[in-house]
Design a protein around this ligand. Sequence first.
Ligand SMILES: Cc1cc2nc3c(=O)[nH]c(=O)nc-3n(C[C@H](O)[C@H](O)[C@H](O)COP(=O)(O)O)c2cc1C
Length: 185
Amino acid sequence: MKAIENILSRNSISKLGNPHPTSEEMDLIYKAALRAPDHAWLRPSEFIEITGSGLDKLSNIFQQYAIENIEDINEQKITKYKNAPYRAPMIIVLISNIKKHNRVPDIEQLLSTAAAAQNILLAIHALNYGAIWRTGLFALNDKIGKYFNLNKNQKILGYLYVGKPTTKFKKIPEIDIEKYITRWK
Ligand SMILES: Cc1cc2nc3c(=O)[nH]c(=O)nc-3n(C[C@H](O)[C@H](O)[C@H](O)COP(=O)(O)O)c2cc1C
């Protein structure tokens, strides 16, 4: 697929089944991720790749986190969070490992990991799989990292659910690009 066509047709897919990309395909996907712009090459982006019984481990983390951190938790919510990881055969946890640097603030490193996430989504699409970036309760906060045994500098930016689309692609809306652009000439 041509690069521009791949970008324009990328679509987040919420209904995902087997198979997930092979380890050879994942190598390409991570290489694409790690070509994201990265000020001073600090390499902040890190990933946890979860498949198979790893999904049970993630399910336990989501359940435990919900019980310990949600005030109005109930059985119904616990079941929902416990089942969440099984919506795809592979989940990639997006982590930004923030390094102290005199010219590169934390936000630039978080943005670099966001760019890496988009490279992953595009590479996955180019390889004919589907994915969706989810955050929910379990990302972008200072409490979740310890459930993964991460240190304080490692921030979870979300979860890429990955697999083969099990539904038709949704129609991509036409966007009136002019609404979003100012031209200075
Ligand atoms: C940082 C971030 C977090 C997101 N979190 C969620 C989420 O928790 N649940 C969800 O359904 N969509 C979430 N989304 C939106 C989807 O990933 C997706 O972008 C959206 O459904 C639009 O589909 P499209 O990417 O095909 O345009 C998130 C997107 C971003 C960028």
